[in-house]
Design a protein around this ligand. Structure first.
Ligand code: AGP
Length: 604
């Protein structure tokens, strides 16, 4: 995800900006840049890839005395990760960095182009700097021009802008994307999109509110609120602990990552859906030519997302789909035919077993696609086509947001193929897309929900096992819920199809067997309910998750009423993640680094 830093002071500005950007590296990015203004002259550097490339380019650049600078790490959304698309973006005499999305950039760009403005990048951000320079011609001051500019922007943003016409000032605005400002005893001033770059540099910080805008110079700190009323900075002492700052106040990275899911799913969708169509510019147009079958292959959580996807592909895209566990597929001498698209799914892109299956498919001459969270990973380099999930760096060993974004990509891919194969009408595709748009808000964790799960969790710290049960696409979600729980609580848990319990596992039922029942209102509700009733009749302790009250449950976690089972899927996903988290915390385990596990399994 993108990161922003800014600095006003006398130290070597380049060093300050680069070390600030380094602290934001963990968020993930694919290019970076800085712009420094000193003695009326701009120096600007950009590089694709890791910060070390930018460091090389700026090796001989230093500042002496007072300077101002802005820096950015970009995670491509509008436009590919190229130098031209990297921030800061230039106008005639100004530079801008921006996090978020300017939703009305197409209209603004059109107007500016009609005025003769030449655009260098494909980004939404570039309109800000050109609009500012246009306004500079009619407004009395640079601040007036900046204020007018941000009043025209729709969407979410955190912006820093520097201009030659006020060469000791940084203009800023925050609306929907995080930004803070910090000071220290040496009267240096810093900006950043999260507090980690400021730790060790600043003693006090001011967290901007949505709608805040203003400017900071060597002598002034000016803040206006969303009602254009001037206000004072509220400076609070900054923590000195980097690790806890990276966690943004959450107890564990896993918790933070669960809470981030709305935001990252919005990133996954960004630029890929219109009202009636899914667009994947990154995959070749002819990828599905001659393809009659999909084979999905992965490990762990990624395997569960593949299994979930198989229900969507067969139901909506009407394409035959099979799913394989990579470590099994490798050794079972599988038959591979060239009319099969081989799809591997991996958060890391480095999992040894999955990588090997990709090599096998390539050697057999199959077309290959990888759905991955890490650009430039081994799988991304090897596959014919890639769809990145855009979850940002996932630190918790127990995968959460990576799973959420994989499912989002698969749902989009289902509609993409359905369009090609004409297996769904345009009207149905549009309906599905409107559902997809609701996912970011569906996965938002409410205080009420989290508190309820925290309370309930104390009753599930013992027992002789957990069964997570569900039907249809809720069966892979049950598998995923069970995997989450066992990874971080070390309690025995299994995922089972609800209808399969009576074929054996129900023999285990007693009060010390905990059943976590997924009961979606919009998919096989009655049938799933009877399966849970069978378990309740045998005295298993039931925790039901549903939008519909279920009187046979010992514990009931109510999700919101949704229009469609896929929205129920996403909300239940959050519930099972939080339940595992809270059980693990109560047991005193290290949630982020559970015993015996590694984040990336590069051995077979
Ligand atoms: C999930 O919580 C895991 N820790 C694990 O199952 C993981 O999903 C699996 O190792 C596959 O990793 P990958 O997605 O990076 O390939």
């Amino acid at each position: 995800m993108c990161g922003i830093v800014g600095y006003l002071g006398k130290k070597n500005t380049k060093e300050i900006l680069l070390s600030g950007l380094k602290e934001l590296e963990y968020r993930g990015y694919d290019s970076a840049g800085i712009a420094v203004l000193q003695n009326g002259n701009f120096s600007n550097y950009k590089a694709v890839g890791k910060l070390v490339n930018l460091e090389k380019k700026t090796k001989n650049f230093i500042t002496n005395g007072f300077a101002i600078g802005i820096g950015h790490t970009r995670w491509a959304t509008h436009g590919k990760p190229t130098e031209l698309n990297a921030h800061p973006h230039i106008g005639e005499n100004s530079y801008v960095v921006h996090n978020g999305i300017i939703e009305n950039y197409v209209e603004i760009k059109k107007d500016l182009k009609n005025d003769g403005v030449n655009f260098l990048s494909q980004t939404d951000t570039e309109v800000i700097v050109h609009l500012f320079e246009k306004n500079l011609k009619s407004e009395k001051s640079a601040f007036g021009a900046f204020k007018k500019t941000i009043s025209k922007l729709d969407g979410a943003y955190a912006i820093l802008l520097v201009t030659k016409s006020e060469n000791d000032t940084i203009f800023y605005a925050k609306h929907g994307s995080p930004m803070l400002f910090g000071v220290n005893a040496e009267n240096e001033k810093y900006f950043a999109s999260s507090d980690t770059p400021l730790i060790g540099q600043c003693s006090h910080v001011n967290y901007f509110e949505d709608g805040d805008y203003g400017y900071v110079s060597a002598s002034e700190i000016v803040i206006f609120d969303k009602n254009n009323i001037k206000k004072d900075a509220v400076l609070s002492a900054l923590s000195e602990n980097k690790l806890s700052a990276q966690k943004d106040g959450f107890r564990f990275f896993m918790e933070k990552e669960i809470y981030e899911q709305g935001e990252v799913i919005s990133d996954t969708l960004l630029g890929r859906i219109t009202e009636n169509e899914v667009i994947f510019d990154e995959i070749p147009k002819d990828l599905f030519d001659g393809i009659k079958e999909l084979k999905l292959c992965a490990c762990g959580t990624s395997y569960h997302s593949a299994l979930s996807a198989s229900y969507l592909f067969e139901r909506y895209s009407k394409i035959k789909t099979s799913v394989e566990i990579a470590s099994e597929f490798r050794y079972r001498e599988p038959i591979m035919s060239k009319d099969t698209l081989f799809v591997v799914i991996s958060q890391s892109g480095e999992t040894a077993d999955t990588l090997e299956t990709l090599k096998m498919a390539k050697n057999a001459g199959l077309k290959t696609l990888v759905i991955c969270n890490v650009d430039n990973s081994s799988m991304v380099r090897l596959a014919d086509a890639t769809i990145l999930t855009r979850a940002g760096i996932e630190k918790g060993v127990a995968s959460t947001k990576a799973f959420a974004t994989q499912i989002t990509v698969f749902w989009m891919l289902t509609l993409y193929i359905a369009k090609i194969k004409k297996s769904l009408s345009n009207k149905k595709i549009s309906r599905q897309i409107s559902l997809l748009r609701e996912v970011p808000s569906v996965v938002k964790v409410t205080n009420e929900m989290h508190e309820k799960i925290k309370r309930i969790s104390k009753r599930y710290l013992h027992g002789h096992g957990f069964f997570f049960i569900g039907r249809d696409i809720f069966f892979p979600l049950a598998l995923e819920g069970a995997l989450k729980l066992k990874e971080i609580s070390y309690l025995h848990a299994e995922g089972y199809p609800s209808g399969e319990m009576k074929h054996g596992p129900i023999a285990l039922a007693d009060p010390e067997l905990f059943t976590i029942a997924l009961l979606p209102e919009h998919l096989h509700f009655e049938k799933s309910k009877s399966n849970v009733e069978e378990l309740s009749a045998r005295d298993s302790t039931i925790c039901a998750i549903s939008a519909v009250e279920f009187e046979k449950a010992d514990d009931f976690i109510q999700i919101s009423k949704c229009k469609d089972y896929m929205l129920e899927f996403f909300e239940m996903m959050v519930v099972v993640q939080l339940l595992s988290l809270e059980i693990s915390i109560r047991l005193g385990n290290d949630v982020d680094m559970p015993r015996n596990l590694a984040k990336s399994v590069t051995v077979e």
